[in-house]
Design a binder for this molecule. Sequence first.
Ligand SMILES: Cc1cc2nc3c(=O)[nH]c(=O)nc-3n(C[C@H](O)[C@H](O)[C@H](O)COP(=O)(O)OP(=O)(O)OC[C@H]3O[C@@H](n4cnc5c(N)ncnc54)[C@H](O)[C@@H]3O)c2cc1C
Length: 372
Amino acid sequence: MTNTSDLIVVGSGILGLATAFLAHEQGRSVRIIDSADRPVGSSIQNFGHACFTGQADVIQDTARHARAGWLRAAQAAGFWAAESGTHIPAMTDVELQVLREFAEHRGDEVTLLTGPDVGAALGNPDLPAVGGAHLPLDMRVDPREAAPSLAAWLDREGVTFSWNTRVTAVGDGVVATTRGDFTAAEVVVCPGFELMGLFPQLAEAYDVRVCTLVMALLERPSHLRQDLAMLTGTSLARYDGFAAMPSAPALRDELARREPALVDCVANLMATGIPEGLLVGDSHAYSLSPEPFIDEDVADLLIDRSTALLGVERPVVRQRWLGRYADSPNTNLVLERPDARTTVAVVTSGIGMTLSFGVGHLALSGEQIPGF
Ligand SMILES: Cc1cc2nc3c(=O)[nH]c(=O)nc-3n(C[C@H](O)[C@H](O)[C@H](O)COP(=O)(O)OP(=O)(O)OC[C@H]3O[C@@H](n4cnc5c(N)ncnc54)[C@H](O)[C@@H]3O)c2cc1C
């Protein structure tokens, strides 16, 4: 009977761990099953940027659940989480116009800044910004710390982990694995970009594919804060909240003229600080079976543009990697119930870390977010 629990979570990425955390808070017995021996998927490859404010209006309730969950988990497990917000320099009048419209739309969630103020906040007083914004509700975590710390804390709290155990099928409360069957009253499946391996029909129905992103870890010069989070004009064109503003089409036209190389590699130029250094990226390419190669021109472009904004004269690269996350051209979230006891949850855009505790709440409560 030890193979039976109230809830089985498949996947020890941040979405699976967040779901397990919420179920543990409810007093349920939980088992987490993962084919790896620790969290090594998308959840440790990202910026650690909890970008609640820039997401679509329709997901803001879920974002509030997510933010509260992040704060409770950080408090319980003792990992670093900074409520330091995001800074966005506006380098052109069109970028500033999008920020003004967004501030008008969201009120207190957005503070407009002068050019000198946003430069100072980013540690680069010489930045020739025409203005900017601070999004005070956004948060920072260290992706290399948060998921492993949360897993270790859940383990200490009595959540059972089955590592090195590949799940081969899930249905009606039975989870078949390479180490035999496990049963539970309810199963939540969070396999990230490996959805195709477990639920191929679902993956095909949503055209789920793998997005690969060129990333780098630089040495962080002392003038840049560990809790730094910088979004840029490309982010304003990309995240649904900003992209819904009336001036967003004009911004996309301007970016195509001003920064064609960034547009070509589908960049979301951004940077965050972590204890290990400065994370910069990223580009986006889509494939069912991506090749592992990093394009050096793209990597250099992203480093060049981000460090120019941050006043880093001689960037020192410590690591490069090709990150991966699940993507769909049709939806930001696959949240399906193939049978009464199984929920499949995959965030299919680059905001799964941000929304993890909110999506975990949806998976456990049975709520849906139509139109997201
Ligand atoms: C470069 C990059 C930057 C990003 N930046 C951000 C950001 O700043 N903010 C943000 O919100 N999001 C960001 N994202 C997206 C975010 O990282 C992901 O959306 C999120 O981590 C997905 O979490 P997950 O738990 O669903 O997936 P994962 O972390 O990939 O975890 C899935 C787990 O499931 C396990 N698994 C899969 N199949 C099986 C199976 N059959 N049996 C057993 N185990 C299985 C895997 O081993 C893995 O451990 C970024 C992603 C990348 C790659």
